[in-house]
Design a protein around this ligand. Sequence first.
Ligand code: IPM
Ligand code: MG
Length: 356
Amino acid sequence: MKKAIAVIRGDGIGPEIVREALGVLDAAAAKFGHTFIYKEAPMGGCAIDEFGVPLPDSSLETCLASDSVLLGAVGGPKWDAQPPANRPERGLLKLRAAMELYTNIRPARMFQELASACPLRADIAANGIDFIVVRELIGGVYFGEHSTAEVDGEKKATDIMAYSEHEIRRVAHVAFQTAQKRRKRVTSVDKANVLDTSRLWRKVVTEVAAEYPDVELLHMYVDNAAMQLVRDPSQFDVIVTENLFGDILSDEASQITGSIGMIPSSSMGAGTRGLYEPIHGSAPDIAGQNKANPIGTILAAAMMLRFSFDMAQEADAIERAVDETLKAGFRCGDILQTGGTLVGCREMGTEIRKRI
Ligand code: IPM
Ligand code: MG
């Protein structure tokens, strides 16, 4: 098969981790007889520097014309002083909206070889951590009107949070279908004791649940969910939640696995084209020093093969290569506490490539 992949290297450690992921994709292409064509799509701070805006039209067009998009990370302190509408993050939000990527999937899985990096108490970690956060990605307060006005001699800021039934319904379906392939339990997270958007969320998710009688549905308030994630994460299979809650809980979920540098994510819409990225940020403090862990991005590339290109064998080969590399004891700095041989970003990529 021949596939065009838009490549957003981004800022900070973005370029180095993407380079290793492309190397692994090339190894998989060679082994399985595919051709991947990479199209550069500058986005983020580097695009502000070069084009004055975080997502130039040319990059957006490249993404929309590709079969899928691979992203490293965007942002950094250099662009903190940009006006809100021109921050690197805005490029990402614009891209998500333009590609209509309403579902963000973030698996939180503890790698057995890295169990000692888990920050939770050993008896809690012993029950295992293996769940998926399904986050609504192009609605809610992220995309409501933002404004700051002068009212009665002081500034007053407003961010509008809105959800329509169809926006909730489509992501709820994804959550139930995801759970059907797993342990068949959906925990819907909201703040229905306070928010109207959450009361609507709960009503729609409950309606959708009726179409999936084999899947158990539980509702949980977001404050309780934040607590349950550290008290007993083994109770979760699929968590479905709105945009802002999902942003917060998915960071918490990744951190409790002890390996935030290892976790990929996919953002999908109605079609097969997705946006794949590691869930960590651009880590400007270690950028360009060959210290970043490329595994999150490499696993994101595997996710792309599986979900967008229907290449399950190829994705398995990459995931297996990652597991074997970890078993062989190779570690980047972020996961070195589990013991093993310290390697840089480039060497980690090479070790994984060798095992494809
Ligand atoms: C994420 C990030 C983004 C978000 C930022 C960079 C806009 O935190 O992907 O979780 O808030 O969605
Ligand atoms: Mg986030």
